[in-house]
Design a protein around this ligand. Structure first.
Ligand SMILES: [Zn+2]
Length: 213
């Protein structure tokens, strides 16, 4: 499949929890992509996926599973590194000429935007990102990756180079039977960056693999 070719010829397996429902060309600041609209068959989630190049089975392929972060991705908040991770991942894929960005609609590690703002309010009073989610009655991380694994299978990719610092994402793909290795995706931060404490908490309390903090 090239960027101009259609993905409509994909034969969706009945066993997969997702289906392709729309696709188009998407030119961006970092290059041209295909944009796919994928719907869950088991709940009401909708996924947007960017694809670059001709995807092939067994070809090691850069993949980013990017968890939605409205504040970082859209408003360019510097409280976290999400927006810059998304941009960096898109650039890596564009440079490689091959890869996939899965936009995972689980805002605020799965608690939703309103609860994320509530968590930010607790952080304004001194809680860290983990304490805030726990105080609101949620798990530290409510995200599920089953449907992301199924999207990768739907696209016919069997060997993933996962751009992530999160070992949970890597093991979720491996448990789904996908060959996956990790490609670090670290954003340079200044010592005064507001995201520094957030990333330190992710490293110390959630096991994220970060060398820069
Ligand atoms: Zn974020």
């Amino acid at each position: 499949m090239s960027n101009s070719a259609s993905l409509s010829s994909i034969e969706p397996s009945l066993e997969l929890s997702v289906k392709l429902v729309a696709e188009a060309h998407l030119p961006t600041e970092v290059g041209d992509f295909r944009i796919l609209g994928i719907r869950s068959k088991v709940d009401n989630q909708e996924f947007v996926v960017l694809v670059k190049g001709e995807l092939k089975t067994n070809e090691p392929t850069l993949v980013r599973i990017h968890s939605q972060c409205l504040t970082g991705d859209v408003f360019h908040s510097i409280k976290c590194d999400c927006g810059r991770q998304l941009q960096a991942a898109m650039k890596k894929v564009a440079t490689a000429g091959l890869g996939v960005i899965i936009y995972h609609p689980q805002e605020g590690r799965g608690i939703g935007i309103i609860n994320k703002i509530r968590a930010y309010a607790l952080q304004d009073q001194g809680a860290d990102t983990v304490e805030a989610n726990l105080r609101l009655g949620f798990d530290v991380d409510e995200r599920q990756y089953d449907q992301c694994s199924d999207i990768i299978k739907l696209l016919g990719i069997t060997h993933v180079k996962l751009m992530s610092n999160n070992p949970d994402k890597l093991s979720a793909l491996q448990q789904a039977g996908i060959t996956a290795e990790r490609v670090p995706l670290e954003i340079e931060l200044t010592t005064t960056s507001p995201a520094l404490d957030y990333l330190k908490t992710k490293k110390e309390k959630m096991g994220h693999l970060l060398s820069e903090v």
